[in-house]
Design a protein around this ligand. Structure first.
Ligand SMILES: [Cu+2]
Length: 106
């Protein structure tokens, strides 16, 4: 590959990374989300991975995103896309102390 071609490819990759949605990974371990607060952009998703030897149930009642991923056990994971801007409070139905604030930005 020529240097010019390599540079062109690098420029193309750099210019367009913003066009792709990001998948953020949040683990659930010791009855806690791996982060308490997360900022992401509309279109991004979070993959919730359960690393505890018992089930968690991920849900939210927030206006910006209301969902229920159901409960799933160790090694399981579920993803959700955030398609509207706003603040989303994510909770676990099994463990009331588990909370994650997701700031979805335009
Ligand atoms: Cu839980």
């Amino acid at each position: 590959m020529s240097l010019a071609r390599a540079l062109a490819l690098a420029a193309a990759a750099a210019c367009c990374t913003g066009a792709f949605a990001t998948e953020h990974v949040v683990t659930q371990k010791a009855k806690a989300f791996s982060t308490k607060k997360l900022s992401l952009k509309v279109g991004d998703s979070i993959k919730f991975v359960n690393e505890d030897p018992f089930s968690h149930n991920v849900f939210s009642l927030s206006d910006a995103k209301s969902f229920d991923l159901g409960s799933y056990g160790q090694g399981g994971s579920k993803s959700i896309v955030f398609d509207k801007p706003g603040t989303v409070e994510v909770e676990c139905a099994v463990h009331p102390d588990m909370k994650l604030i997701v700031e979805v930005q335009k």
